[in-house]
Design a protein around this ligand. Structure first.
Ligand SMILES: [Ca+2]
Ligand SMILES: [Ca+2]
Ligand SMILES: [Ca+2]
Ligand SMILES: [Ca+2]
Length: 421
């Protein structure tokens, strides 16, 4: 039944110069038709429970391993991924070239993607407004050019592309508010934790009977009726229609940590919802844990459990994401990494089969690196980034010299994966 294959290693890029504890962002920062790897190192802050990270160093490499530029100084004492790192790759100024948007030295900076030089910088609306960077279309322009910043847990600031204030919000905005034009008027609504706000920051509706905070938010037409639904993963997994009516809730998990929407099954209508349940918490402070216990699960479009994993290995910190376009088939896969217990990152299909396994452990990112419609997976650790694909190919662009678009998924990078399907 299982058609398990090893993923093909296309190449590897040494990233030691970027320093420890980096997060990988991906984008075509020099416009040559293939993506580059941008390593973002957080500041030295160790306790990020109340005040989040800033960025202290950004290092860019091409896929052949050349170090293109470095802005800031890497530190051996950099903090870890206890909160997001405030950085994204996006063409904020609309000149057709990507910038690195980041908060460094208490300022919101745009680094020129090709050179790493500071292209523009702005004051923050508040000294703590740097938990993460969200790019939104609040003002109804042709493309998203507004910014949302937040502090760790309470306040949120909506700003235009020059960091001039549009509105503010106080509440529980969750880890990474997701923006989406739910009513089709050309302006994004903002799902901020359990509150849906309109583009002017007015509350439209709230989720009820949910505890603590929303760990992740996904938006997609799950039931196939042509309208988007919202799936919120937190203490339970709940699906709402766009007017805030609860459609179902799945409470068969101990602590639902991540959800990921996709078309994982061809034999079922609509989309399916992959999830990750933290069954037993293990020790903290250990990246690749060998104790504790977690489990992947899959729900159908009506919120019914299709299967749940019964792990025989230790590990409780798994992260899952939806991966489309890995091979020639029409279906999405579940990319699971940071599994612990000696289980390497892998792609799972909608029947819990491993369809591809990666030969190194590490954090993962994925993108269409060459502009040919296929997604590649990059695993990275302290030393190197390893580029994997479903089949061999060289590292050249499909259309050399033509800049690749930057998809919303890649300019909405967060440790708390949300998304759109
Ligand atoms: Ca490029
Ligand atoms: Ca630009
Ligand atoms: Ca709207
Ligand atoms: Ca729908």
């Amino acid at each position: 039944m299982t058609n398990k294959t090893s993923a093909v290693l296309l190449g590897q890029v040494g990233i030691r110069e970027a320093g420890p504890n980096c997060k990988l962002l991906i984008g075509d920062i020099n416009g040559d038709g293939r993506m580059e790897l941008v390593l973002v190192q957080p500041d030295d802050r160790q306790d990020v429970r109340y005040i989040p990270h800033q960025v202290q160093c950004v290092t860019a490499y091409d896929l052949e391993g050349r170090l293109l530029w470095q802005t800031g100084e890497p530190s051996e004492q950099a903090g870890g991924p206890g909160s997001d790192y405030p950085a994204q790759l996006y063409d904020l100024d609309g000149d057709g070239k990507l910038e690195v948007l980041c908060v460094m030295d208490g300022r919101f900076r745009l680094l020129d993607g090709e050179s790493g030089r500071v292209k523009a910088e702005y004051a923050l609306p508040d000294p703590e407004a740097h938990d993460c960077i969200i790019i939104a279309n609040l003002s109804g322009g042709e493309r998203a050019s507004d910014i949302i910043l937040k502090d760790r847990y309470r306040r949120m600031w909506a700003l235009d592309s020059r960091l001039q204030p549009l509105w503010t919000h106080e509440g529980n905005p969750g880890h990474f508010p997701w923006v989406y034009d739910l009513d089709g008027d050309g302006r994004d609504e903002v799902m901020a934790g359990y509150d849906l706000l309109d583009h002017r920051g007015r509350k439209l509706w709230s989720c009820h009977d949910l505890e603590d905070h929303a760990d992740c938010i996904w938006i997609g037409d799950v039931n196939g009726d042509g309208e988007p639904e919202l799936v919120i993963g937190g203490s339970v997994t709940v699906m709402y229609d766009k007017r805030g009516r609860e459609l179902w809730r799945y409470d068969g998990s101990i602590e639902s940590q991540h959800v990921a929407l996709g078309k994982f099954r061809s034999d079922l209508p609509g989309l399916q919802i992959a999830g990750l349940d933290r069954i037993v918490r293990g020790d903290t402070g250990e990246t690749f844990s060998t104790n504790g216990k977690d489990a992947l699960f899959l729900l159908d479009a009506e919120g019914r459990e299709l299967w749940k994993e019964d792990r025989k290995t230790g590990g409780w910190l798994t992260i899952i994401e939806t991966l489309g376009g890995w091979d020639d088939g029409p279906l999405d896969y579940i990319l699971a990494y940071r599994r612990g217990g000696g289980v390497f990152p892998a792609l799972y299909d909608g029947h819990m089969n491993v369809v591809a396994e990666f030969s190194v452990d590490g954090y993962a990112a994925h993108a269409d690196l060459f502009g040919d419609g296929r997604e590649q997976v990059i695993l990275y650790d302290r030393e190197a980034a390893y580029i994997y694909a479903s089949r061999p190919r060289d590292l050249t662009a499909a259309v050399p010299g033509q800049p690749l678009p930057q998809p919303k998924r890649l300019y909405s990078s967060t440790l708390y994966p949300g998304g759109e399907a």
